[in-house]
Design a protein around this ligand. Structure first.
Ligand SMILES: O=c1ccn([C@@H]2O[C@H](COP(=O)(O)OP(=O)(O)O[C@H]3O[C@H](CO)[C@@H](O)[C@H](O)[C@H]3O)[C@@H](O)[C@H]2O)c(=O)[nH]1
Ligand SMILES: [Mn+2]
Length: 748
């Protein structure tokens, strides 16, 4: 229809197939869930009978799980998938394409090695997009001269890297990723139609070029690493005037604002070795003072928004974390297809790409890949009004991010900002930008409230996305075959647990604040959309019913008290159906999304571990925060594998517990639940064999058995392993002590 009217859409939307079958399945689940609840209510033990309080506890847990299952249906009702038509975009004059600003955040040169940051920055500078329209901004929250040194190196290397990428159509355009292993595989199809001899000649030439280029890159990398190891930049390497900003008194938490324009694409000398203009490149370290709270990444992003507004002020902003490089040189064009579509693009505030990781293991040991979340759930949210803003791999409309409300009259004037129009000198621009990156600039303003990213929440991304959508905008989820961005996932158990604590804590914080999606979004977002948000916002409270379900049925098995219907009772069928169908469906969904069978099993284990530790602590911290006794902080995830053999164990998919103090209590909980179930299973099975009867306690035996099976790597880490990554003996003792206590509790 649109095409008939002369409008050629830049993207299309398809609904998922098989929804009727799914809805029938969900209906059958709902009926069984109701039967389970009816059974619980109608068969409760009488006052004075054993197991009465546990029975009501089970009822409460099952009510919660039922409620939670229902909210997860919102995103499964009508997922949509998007396709872009970039060729139609290219039919526009190149001159008509808008400028794009790219924001990269880094915060710690130890957890986030400058060499990694440099490869990310280079991958973003090398987008297949007119370079004079690109400006890359690096925010360095550590204010470290090591990072500044690295970015100076990047500015030099870009002069060769960008032409190399163009000539050989390199993918991915992160040099580190390109030169590691799979490199060279996907580039350079230009020789394909030449004669064999030519091909061979071309091949040899290309590989020589490849090798010499690789050396060039490795040399740069080792210079950066050497400086990082040294911890300071040697005098003779401080060739850039910007180094004068660093004095001996400066620390990462106490310094003046620094803005350095390393490449100014307006200047004639800012060209690569082919004479083609380079993208603008800016380093920023906003002012930090101990007496001013810096608001973590949200603060950095807001400073970037202001600093960039005086330099390039592009209407489109790409936000990437320093640990996520661009894996697809076409992503800018993809994103523009959504916002520039003449009929459906006006109200699109942001285009979110999935977070994918290059370092997850084959069976995704720590369940970091979140393939179902990005393969199914985000598409479901897209069908409801748009995915969450996930912090990285996201293209924003500047106006929407800066607080503009969407109205039907809103229309972006793309022609207005198609080139950098600024005529000021670099030093004037830098001075002006610095004055916008001070601590006091935001005092008594709407920054962090209505303008820019929101403050006060450790998942600044989710809450900001919600606020944008509540201002009338929509978002779009785009998940192309060739992933737009690839990042670094945590590689040890404590890191994963700490990351998920931050996420679930922040998400729960949103529900408990005035921004609770259900109420705050009322009248602005569809009901399904608001419920969809709650899936993540209510991750944390799952902890308590899960802990209950993991321990109480097993402990009652130990005492020989049944909490489920007899195997011969018709009620048993509804319990069995809910459990089996839920897991079978989750397995299918996981496999379709690209997980392996073992991967699915690992995901189940990680759900269990996250729920009993990260989510529990997130819940407790939120409760403490409500009474004013705690404040959430942002613990940065380390992007470097710990030394020794930890990396090797990760490759072999052996879980890493190690001696991290921060996760000590978490491990005691993990150890205790594992041991309780082991003890209860042994006794339960013994009794069943002795009595020659499974019926009454079958369900409890099965639950206990499955928990033990999920925990096999935990027992190994407690008792069998000798390596550094095993559970420490103090944790094992503490868990064993608590297990004995739990099993001996007289109240049961
Ligand atoms: O004070 C800070 C803390 C962090 N960061 C940056 O924030 C990004 C994300 O930090 P990371 O430790 O990698 O956390 P992740 O859990 O991997 O990040 C996810 O979750 C965060 C919210 O918890 C979002 O901000 C991120 O965009 C999202 O990728 C990194 O680039 C950091 O450099 C800052 O700039 N300043
Ligand atoms: Mn990260």
């Amino acid at each position: 229809m649109a095409e008939a009217s002369g409008h050629r859409p830049l993207f299309s939307t398809q609904s998922a197939s098989g929804r009727t079958v799914y809805k029938l399945f969900a209906g059958s689940m709902l009926v069984s869930i109701c039967l389970v609840l009816i059974y619980r209510v109608s068969h409760a033990p009488e006052a004075g009978e054993s197991g009465r309080w546990a029975w009501f506890g089970m009822l409460a847990a099952e009510l919660w799980f039922s409620f939670y299952w229902i909210i997860t249906q919102s995103v499964r009702w009508n997922p949509v998938y998007r396709t872009t038509f970039k060729d139609r975009l290219s039919q526009l004059e190149e001159a008509e394409l808008p400028c794009v600003d790219i924001f990269v955040c880094t915060a710690d040169p130890v957890a986030e090695p400058p060499a990694m940051v440099v490869s990310t920055v280079l991958s973003l500078m090398a987008y297949d997009y007119p370079p004079e329209k690109l400006s890359v901004y690096l925010s360095d929250d550590s204010g470290s001269e090591l990072t500044f040194y690295a970015i100076c190196e990047a500015a030099q290397f870009a002069k060769r890297w960008l032409p190399f990428c163009r000539r050989h159509r390199v993918e991915p355009r992160s040099p580190a990723a390109y030169f590691s292993g799979s490199a060279g595989a996907s580039d350079d199809k230009e020789h394909s139609d030449m004669k064999v001899g030519h091909v061979l000649f071309g091949f040899i030439c290309k590989n020589l070029k490849f090798l010499s280029f690789q050396n060039l890159f490795r040399e740069m990398e080792s210079r950066i690493d050497a400086v990082s190891i040294l911890g300071k930049v040697p005098k003779e390497q401080k060739t850039h005037k910007g180094f004068s900003e660093w004095t001996s008194e400066m620390t990462s938490k106490n310094h003046q604002p620094i803005v350095q324009i390393l490449i100014d694409s307006r200047e004639e000398t800012s060209v690569d070795i082919d004479g083609i203009v380079l993208p603008t490149l800016v380093y920023m370290a906003r002012e930090k003072r101990p007496q001013h709270h810096h608001n973590f990444k949200a603060g950095a992003m807001n400073a970037l928004l202001r600093v960039s507004s005086v330099i390039s002020n592009s209407p489109i902003i790409l936000n990437a974390d320093c640990d996520m490089y661009s894996n697809n040189s076409q992503s800018i064009r993809d994103a523009l297809c959504f916002v520039m579509d003449e009929q459906q693009g006006h109200d699109v505030a942001f285009v979110q790409f999935p977070q994918c990781y290059e370092n997850t293991t084959k069976n995704d040991l720590y369940a970091n890949a979140l393939k179902v979340l990005f393969g199914v759930e985000f598409s479901g949210l897209d069908g409801l009004g748009g995915p969450l803003y996930a912090g990285t791999g996201c293209f924003h409309r500047r106006n929407a991010l800066c607080g503009t409300k969407y109205t039907t009259e809103y229309k972006e004037d793309w022609k207005r900002r198609t080139k950098m129009e600024n005529r000021e000198t670099v030093s004037i621009l830098e001075d002006r930008a610095k004055s916008l990156a001070t601590c006091i600039y935001e005092l008594n303003t709407q920054w962090g409230k209505e303008i820019g990213l929101a403050y006060g929440c450790v998942v600044e991304d989710v809450i900001t996305g919600l606020m944008i959508q509540c201002r009338g905008w929509r978002s779009v989820y785009f998940n192309p075959e060739r992933k737009g961005f690839l990042g670094v996932a945590p590689t040890t158990l404590p890191q994963t647990l700490v990351q998920h604590k931050r996420w679930s804590e922040g998400d729960l914080q949103i529900v408990l604040s005035k921004y609770c999606p259900l109420f705050y979004g009322h009248g602005k977002l569809k009901l399904g959309h608001r419920i969809g948000y709650c899936i993540y916002c209510l991750w944390a409270p799952n902890s308590i019913p899960t802990l209950f379900y993991l321990t109480i049925p097993s402990l009652f098995l130990l005492k020989g008290v049944s909490l489920f219907p007899e195997a011969s009772s018709p009620w048993f069928v509804s319990f069995a159906y809910v459990a089996a169908a839920k897991n079978a469906y989750s397995l299918v969904e996981s496999l379709i999304s690209g997980d392996t069978l073992v991967g699915w099993w690992n995901i189940q284990r990680m759900w269990m571990l996250k729920r009993t530790t990260s989510y529990l602590f997130a819940t407790i911290d939120n409760m403490l925060a409500l009474v004013g006794a705690s404040k959430a902080g942002f613990v940065i995830t380390a992007k470097v594998a710990e030394p020794d053999d930890s990396a090797k164990r990760y490759e072999r998919e052996v879980m890493e517990f190690g001696t991290t103090a921060s996760a000590g209590v978490m491990f005691v909980i993990i150890g205790t639940t594992a041991l309780i179930n082991l003890a209860c299973l042994v006794v339960g099975l013994q009794r069943a064999v002795a009595d020659q009867a499974f019926g009454g306690l079958l369900m409890q035996n099965v639950i206990c058995g499955l928990v033990v099976a999920l925990n096999l790597p935990i027992y190994e880490a407690m008792f069998l392993r000798k390596d550094e990554g095993r559970m420490s003996s103090s944790t094992v003792f503490a868990s064993a002590g608590l297990t004995v206590l739990a099993c001996a509790l007289p109240v049961l």
